[in-house]
Design a binder for this molecule. Structure first.
Ligand code: NAD
Ligand code: DAU
Length: 362
């Protein structure tokens, strides 16, 4: 168990970061400094439950802002920095890769440089105890055919989108800082997350939101693409395990053993909504619309999580069936949160991404 640490969490106002920070504070594990730029994906409402908690400090800044990061490290003297901050949406990376290179590559580099300088100036014992944990994705490994074995940590990097290429570059930088400078790094490569505070540009919250609004449920291509879904709290638990007991310089794959086609996921969501909030006529499945595919769409991701299970004793607690039910009910109970995040910039994004995708493209 990790106790009484002061940690910095970058990207802590986003989906996974906010779940991580909220749970860290709720478990009483120590002080958290959240560093977040508050892009369209960052939202202070995600941190509302700890807004005035004495163990939480929020700082709005870019991970690439060297002076801001330097000052934060000087003032708060953390024992670990966890880097969740990223541009995270594959479709946005296709329309505008610049921000992905800027934050995920250049931003991570600048963060690493400041963390290295801070770490090198620590006394020996504090240096040995310090950790830089980099949160990454299974997408760096590329795509799998239907019968290929799941990704292990030694699978070659073969990123196919600007998003995954930028995450792969950041992973390589982290690796280099361990091997070259001895910075005590840990890297996690996780599969698709779902759960509370998931921004409704991503498949699961988008489908819930559109279903309830009576809009089309857009499925790219033929819906046969496979993702390995993990409930976000299980991901956060895995990160805490890696931070506490992971071997420095190593990478850990994290996944849910829940491979589903996109069509299966959308059918499940429709069926839960049919039960929880039935339509006057028909099923939510009637709103499913097949649209033009994502360029370079990876066919299948699957994680072999045997290393983290064997070395650190982590396994997921939620099944897909239990986690997806919780998730749908969270969205049904948080209509205000959804209304707030889907106003403004979100509408421009929908227009850009979906107007060009003609219905019936398959
Ligand atoms: P998200 O888009 O919901 O949140 C990203 C957060 O980072 C936002 O709060 C945003 O404001 C902040 N941010 C963006 N650029 C920044 C910058 N330059 N400086 C400081 N803050 C900045 O993303 P997420 O889904 O929570 O993903 C978090 C991390 O986990 C990312 O690194 C992502 O690559 C990785 N990951 C995500 C998933 C998933 O399914 N969502 C799976 C595996 C790994
Ligand atoms: O695998 C981990 C990755 O999972 C993370 O690194 C990314 O940050 C995260 O966004 C997620 O990437 P995906 O591209 O897999 O997630 P997304 O929710 O965008 O899409 C999931 C699948 O659903 C994918 O095959 C594309 C498809 N899709 C998506 C949208 C938004 C649709 O069919 N229709 C849609 O409207």
């Amino acid at each position: 168990m990790i106790m009484n640490q002061t940690i910095v969490v970058t990207g802590g106002a986003g989906f996974i970061g906010s779940n991580f920070v909220n749970t860290w504070v709720a478990l009483g594990l120590g002080k958290v400094i959240t560093l977040d730029k508050l892009t369209y994906a960052g939202n202070m409402e995600n941190l509302a439950q700890i807004a005035s908690h004495p163990q939480h400090v929020f700082i709005q800044a870019d991970i690439g802002d060297r002076e801001a990061v330097r000052e934060l490290l000087r003032v708060h003297q953390p024992t670990a920095v966890l880097n969740f901050a990223a541009e995270s949406h594959v479709d946005r990376s296709i329309y505008g890769p610049d921000a992905f290179v800027q934050t995920n590559v250049v931003g991570t580099f600048n963060l690493l440089e400041e963390v290295r300088a801070y770490w090198q100036a620590l006394p020996d014992a504090a240096q040995a105890a310090f950790r830089f944990l980099h949160v990454s994705t299974d997408e760096v490994y590329g795509t799998l055919s239907a019968d290929a074995p799941a990704f292990t940590e030694t699978h070659p990097y073969q990123p196919n989108s600007p998003y995954s290429a930028s995450k792969a570059a950041s992973d390589h930088l982290v690796r280099a800082y361990f091997h070259t400078y001895g910075l005590p790094t840990l890297t996690t490569n996780c599969s698709n997350n779902y759960g509370p505070y998931h921004f409704p540009e991503k498949l699961i919250p988008l489908v819930i939101h559109n279903a309830l609004a009576g809009k089309a449920l857009p499925i790219y291509g033929n819906g046969s693409h496979v993702r390995d879904w993990l409930y976000v709290e299980d991901h956060c638990h895995a990160i805490r395990a890696v931070l506490a007991r992971g071997n420095v310089g190593e990478t850990y794959n994290i996944g849910g053993c829940n491979e589903k086609t996109n069509l299966e996921v959308v059918h499940t969501l429709c069926d839960i909504l049919d039960e929880a909030k039935p339509k006057a006529v028909g099923s939510y499945r009637d709103q499913i619309t097949f649209v033009k595919d994502r360029p370079g769409h990876d066919q299948r991701y699957a994680i072999d999580a045997s290393k983290i299970a064997g070395e650190l004793g982590w396994t997921p607690t939620e099944t897909f069936e239990s986690g997806i039910r919780k998730t749908v009910h969270w969205y049904l109970n948080h209509a205000d949160w959804v209304d707030n995040v889907t106003s403004g910039e979100y509408q421009h994004w929908l227009q850009k991404n979906y107007s060009a995708r003609q219905a019936g493209a398959v």
